[in-house]
Design a protein around this ligand. Structure first.
Ligand code: SAH
Ligand code: SF4
Ligand code: F3S
Length: 471
């Protein structure tokens, strides 16, 4: 048994990790032929991509993925711990699985993802959820098959969670969720330690993938006909810092942009690591999409300082303007937290003022959630929950107003849309424009997922646009 320790997770030693190729123990190949599995994914795109890898790993043992957890032999929760309600959702699901297991004692239940890296969560599972079969951490996800096999054989709760990564594993099998848009990890972990955030503990030290490995994966995706590549990391703008003296996200974006790929996106960007050189590359290559996620978190310098965000609002606005001007049609989205400890009405008004300045195209707004063990938990003067809720509502009214105003301006324009699939509405499809507007549209032609087509915008809503295919 290996349990995570937050004290260890916090340490940074700047070692360069060995890179090894994935290989499944030959005795496990197809060992569980025909058994079924279901993975429930919570959290960010990185977790979504991890699930694609977990599916790839399990398939090598002969397991088959099913869409319905109630009839699955194995259920794995790929968890998120960014806010308390993310943890609560996973616990809720565990409750449902417990009932199913009472009827079907052979059900195998596994937990992975960020909650598995939380010391208190693991202790809670040991104490109160003994029906769980295994827990595996974010740093040894590649060991899934071994640990699953071990837990099936031993019938005990197997816990294998490392506090720190000990190697980087390349060439893991992956079953991607579609054949036109692909996630590619470029950097793991996070060293920013924003005072409210659990990620530097659950995902550990920041490690870049070698550029050769990334570019090889991109080449394979190009060969397989992918149209869009989304480069992933908690802070992609720090790419390369730990590995290279003179190769950063700008260089990587340029190398990827030179490949025959139509759409390149990257997320998430921390404003602190954005350089002018990166902005030049974004303006130079038209297959880098004109949409950037630039989380601000707060419009108050006092709160930004308490959050440990390393920039002030004046610097943020300057960067925002540069990016906005880097490309025609550039859209910028953000993340905002309300109700951080010591946030006064005046601080909150500064956030509202910032939204008036930036007029974001999209914003993810959150109520501050205490994460045990993070520095912000120790701050005094926490904001009462009813005030946090009231501020969230006021903020949402403002951000929604700008989403609609920005969308209104696009009525009558023609947008290039990458088709994601059929919409829930009859005879309609949906997809995303270059600047990441969600577009529902009609067409007289046969449309396939992954097509890139022109759509004339006819109508705007707060979170989407309607249109029809045109020449
Ligand atoms: N790496 C990204 C964000 C990852 S988490 C970045 O720094 O930009 C996604 C968002 O969740 C954050 O941007 C933040 O707005 C929010 N978040 C993180 N911790 C939170 C907490 N304790 N309470 C509320 N929201 C939080
Ligand atoms: Fe969390 Fe900050 Fe790292 Fe983003 S940059 S993952 S908010 S610590
Ligand atoms: Fe959640 Fe972990 Fe992603 S905490 S947001 S799943 S990195």
């Amino acid at each position: 048994m290996n349990k995570p320790e937050m004290k260890e997770e916090k340490k940074r030693n700047k070692d360069i990790l060995d890179v090894v190729d994935y290989k499944l123990d030959p005795s496990l190949v197809n060992k569980y032929n025909g058994m079924t599995f279901f993975i429930k994914t919570y959290g960010c795109q990185m977790n979504e991509h991890d699930t694609e890898i977990l599916s790839g790993l399990l398939s090598q043992m002969g397991l088959i993925e099913v869409r319905d957890y109630e009839n699955s032999d194995i259920v794995i929760l790929n968890t998120c711990s960014i806010r308390e309600n993310a943890n609560n959702k996973a616990y809720g699901m565990l409750g449902r699985l417990k009932h199913i297991k009472e009827e079907n004692p052979n059900l195998i239940i596994g937990i992975c993802g960020c909650m598995a890296q939380e010391e208190n969560v693991v202790n809670e599972i040991i104490r109160r959820h003994k029906y769980v079969n295994f827990i595996i951490g974010t740093h040894n996800m590649h060991d899934l098959c071994n640990i699953l096999d071990k837990s099936i054989t031993s019938k005990n709760l197997e816990i294998e969670v490392l506090s720190k990564a000990d190697k980087q594993v390349e060439n893991m099998p992956v079953i991607r969720s579609n054949n036109f848009s692909a996630y590619v990890n470029i950097i793991y972990g996070c060293d920013k330690f924003c005072t409210y955030c659990i990620v530097p503990y659950t995902r550990g030290e920041q490690y870049s993938r070698k550029k050769e490995d990334i570019l090889k994966e991109v080449d394979e995706l190009v060969k397989d006909g992918y149209k869009e590549i989304i480069l992933l990391g908690q802070n992609v703008n720090a790419y390369g810092k730990d590995l290279y003296k003179d190769y950063n996200l700008g260089n990587l974006l340029e190398d990827v942009a030179k490949k025959n790929i139509q759409r390149i996106r990257f997320l998430t960007s921390h404003p602190w690591d954005f350089t002018d050189n990166m902005i030049d590359i974004i303006s130079k290559y038209k297959n880098i999409m004109p949409n950037i996620h630039l989380p601000v978190q707060s419009g108050s310098n006092k709160i930004l300082k308490l959050m440990g965000r390393r920039y002030n609002i004046e610097e943020y606005k300057k960067l925002f303007d540069k990016l906005k001007n880097a490309r025609e049609n550039m859209t910028i989205s953000t993340d905002i937290i309300v109700g951080f400890p010591q946030e006064s009405e005046e601080d909150f008004k500064n956030t509202l003022d910032l939204v008036d300045y930036c007029k974001y195209d999209n914003a993810f707004t959150f109520i501050y959630s205490e994460r045990s063990g993070t520095p912000a938990c120790k701050l005094n003067d926490s904001v009462p929950m009813n005030i946090r809720e009231e501020r969230l509502q006021r903020l949402n009214e403002k951000v929604n107003k700008y989403f609609k105003e920005n969308n209104d301006k696009l009525v009558g324009s023609t947008q290039k849309v990458l088709v994601y699939g059929k919409s829930t509405k009859e005879n309609m499809y949906y997809g995303y424009s270059e600047n990441y507007k969600l577009i529902n549209f009609t067409s007289k032609n046969i449309i396939n997922d992954g097509d890139i087509i022109n759509v004339k915008i006819t109508h705007s809503k707060t979170w989407s646009l309607d249109g029809e295919e045109c020449e």
